[in-house]
Structure formats: C-alpha cells, structure tokens
Design a protein around this ligand. Structure first.
Ligand SMILES: [Zn+2]
Length: 239
C-alpha cells in the first residue's frame, strides 16, 4: 500500500524525463492512427497495418532490395508523423511491432538471408534532430522491433548525418542526392563495425519513410565502404 502523499510510481521524477513526456501525462490519450480517444493505438488501426510487405523500386538506385510495410499514408503515415512531429513516444511500441512483423514475414518468404544473427542499422539522423525529438525515433522503433524478435537481433547504430545538412523535405531526387553526398558519416567503435561486418550477420538498414531512396542509397554506400554489406532496406512507409 502506498502511503498518503507519495506520488504514483508511474510519474517519473522531474529531471529524468523531457518536459513533453510530463506534459503527455496531462493530455487525453488518443489513437496515433485514427485519433479515436481512450487508447494510444486502437485494435482497428492495429488490424489495418497488418498488410504484407511490399517491394519498392525507389527513384534513386539503393544497391539493396527495398521493402516497405506499406504506403506512407492513412493509419500508417499518420502514426509515423505523430511520433516524429508530435513526439508521440507511446507509438514506438506499435511501430516497432509493425517492423518486427514485417521482418518475420520477409524471413519466412526467404527475402531476408538466413544467417545466425540479424543487425538492424538505423538510418542516420542529425544529432540535433535526435535531441529535438527527445531521442531518435528510428532507433527507438528498431529497438522495439529487436526486443520482439529475440536475442539474435541487435540494433547497431553506425551512421550519423553531418551537422549542417539541410532537411531533404521538399527537395527533388537529384537535389537530395547532391545534398547527401558526403553528408552521412560512420560513427561508433571499430568493434561495432566488425560485429556488423561478420559473415554470419544479416544487415538490414531501417528507416521510417522512404521517399526518393537517396538517404538509403548513401547509407548503403557508406556502410559498404566500411565493410558492412546491407542485405535489405526496410521502411515503415513509402511516400
Ligand atoms: Zn486507431
């Protein structure tokens, strides 16, 4: 029994969580897919996003097969935007579940190489964007997926966007490619790179939304340059 005056344990102490997380506790919960009240992710939306993955041919050649959980619209698109732009961290788990389900299906279809271990490499973000959003959402989604897929699956961050790179929203395919040349750099210790480059490891680059494919292409190129061969690119939505 809790003694009188003790705060409920579900409220994190001030200073431990970003301010928006505390504010979230005061707001009414609504479904991140359809806006229905009372639940962060309703059963209807969970059922809606259970489609088979689709193979994507991006405008920019990526250098690895690209698969999407579906198109970046409707419930799926809404949930990704809610997480990224409105800091709906409660959507990390359902979106991670969507990614895990997609990878399971692709493994069953033998689209994913059958290796001892699976490494998920989050697509790069700028350090400032990650901070602004209270942590990089793509890494968080990958972590949530890995937690569902078991101990043979690990998230290994290897890429970062250089400071000063423009956000690519609104740029054409060729402008995006130009914007990204040299814009993605390798991060992390050499042990991490050796792990990802092992012959018994399948490597999947993970992103939330694929538009032209320029970010994925440049990421695959940078990884290959350091001995990490990407077997597949997986995204939650194709725009
Ligand atoms: Zn819903």
């Amino acid at each position: 029994m809790r003694s009188r005056g003790t705060p409920p344990s579900s409220i994190p102490p001030v200073g431990m969580e970003p301010l928006w997380a505390l504010l979230d506790l005061c707001l009414p919960v609504e479904c991140g897919g359809c806006g229905r009240g009372g639940t962060p992710w309703c059963e209807g939306c969970a059922a809606t996003v259970r489609d088979d993955p689709v193979a994507i041919t991006p405008r920019v050649a990526v250098g690895a097969p690209v698969w999407s959980a579906g198109m970046h619209r409707g419930v799926r698109g809404h949930a990704v935007v809610e997480l990224k732009e409105h800091h709906r961290r409660d959507l990390i788990d359902p979106l991670g579940g969507m990614l895990a389900e997609m990878l399971r299906t692709l493994a069953r279809w033998q689209e994913l190489p059958d290796r001892d271990r699976l490494v998920l490499v989050p697509a790069p973000t700028t350090a400032s964007a990650a901070r602004r959003r209270g942590g990089d959402p793509v890494t968080a989604i990958a972590e949530a997926a890995a937690a569902r897929l078991g101990s043979r699956v690990r998230v290994v961050p290897l890429l970062r966007t250089r400071w000063g790179v423009r956000d690519s929203v609104g740029l054409s395919a060729s402008a995006r490619t130009g914007n990204l040349t040299g814009a993605i750099r390798a991060i992390g210790p050499s042990t991490r790179w050796r792990h990802a480059g092992d012959a018994d490891v399948a490597v999947v680059l993970v992103d939330d939304v694929l538009t032209t494919g320029a970010t994925a292409a440049e990421s695959v190129r940078v990884l290959a340059g350091r001995g990490v061969s990407v077997d597949m690119v997986s995204v939650l939505g194709a725009a």
